[in-house]
Design a protein around this ligand. Structure first.
Ligand code: ADP
Ligand code: MG
Length: 238
């Protein structure tokens, strides 16, 4: 079981507090979407869960284990970035297998996992290519593949589709939904796209200036927004 629990999680950069004691539970296998205006702390929260940012105060638990002070590599999470963050000098298969290779996994196991991920993501034809010879959508597939290969219990996505054109975004959204259905992992997904949030989420977390404004299913938030701010993001025009 690999739910994620934040307990009074605080982030400060120097004297500036940007996350103000957030309490949140993401259930095992849930697809949880963070929405909110630019600068409200979505990426910071995701990076705190990943362990890429230190948590100043409070706790983060994954699968019931306190990981607040645990190394990112040992948290059972994998993150997918907006910018893909691929290694330009490596081929698709090298990019996907790199994390496992660094952790000393045997070559045959890495090949099997890369092959499985590339089948899921329809990248079989492109394994020997370098990122520059791929389209934006294919590059993002590779970065998702790199996460899959690591077999994480929790996937973290930071606006993974915002660099893609509208048509491709729809295709990739469908693929991400299918991926979640197929592998059943817990997923936390940041977006500023209302349609992405409404269609992907089991649970939406509306953030504002470093705190949670409201949490609920897409229908709950749509039908019963607590206030105008939430309504403005995903609520009905009441
Ligand atoms: P979002 O992803 O919702 O757009 P961020 O999590 O990136 O927001 O940022 C939240 C707040 O933290 C913003 O006010 C931002 O300026 C601030 N912030 C983010 N990273 C740093 C940093 N390394 N140093 C100082 N302030 C930061
Ligand atoms: Mg961000």
């Amino acid at each position: 079981m690999s739910g994620v629990t934040l307990t009074k999680a605080v982030k400060k950069y120097g004297d500036l507090e940007v996350v103000h004691g957030v309490d949140l539970t993401v259930e095992h296998g849930e697809f949880c979407v963070f929405v909110g205006p630019s600068g409200c702390g979505k990426s910071t929260l995701l990076r705190m869960i990943a362990g890429l940012e230190e948590t100043t105060d409070g706790q983060i638990a994954i699968g019931g284990r306190d990981v607040t002070a645990v190394d990112p590599a040992d948290r059972g999470v994998a993150m997918v970035f907006q910018t893909y963050a691929l290694y330009p000098h490596m081929t698709v298969e090298e990019n996907m297998g790199f994390g496992l290779k660094m952790n000393g996994h045997p070559k045959a196991e890495i090949e099997a996992k890369v092959s499985e991920a590339s089948r899921i993501l329809k990248l079989d034809q492109y394994l020997k290519r370098k990122p520059k010879a791929l389209s934006g959508g294919q590059r993002q597939r590779v970065s998702i593949g790199r996460a899959i290969v690591r077999g994480p219990e929790v996937f973290l996505f930071d606006e993974p589709l915002s660099n893609l054109d509208a048509e491709l975004r729809v295709d990739m959204r469908v693929e991400i939904a299918r991926l979640h259905k197929d592998i059943g992992a817990t997923m936390i997904y940041v977006t500023h796209d209302q349609v992405e949030a409404m269609t992907l989420a089991d649970k939406i977390v509306v953030l504002r200036a470093g705190h949670i404004e409201q949490v609920g299913s897409p229908m709950e938030l749509y039908a019963n927004p607590d206030n105008k701010f939430v309504a403005g993001f995903i609520g009905s025009p009441s």
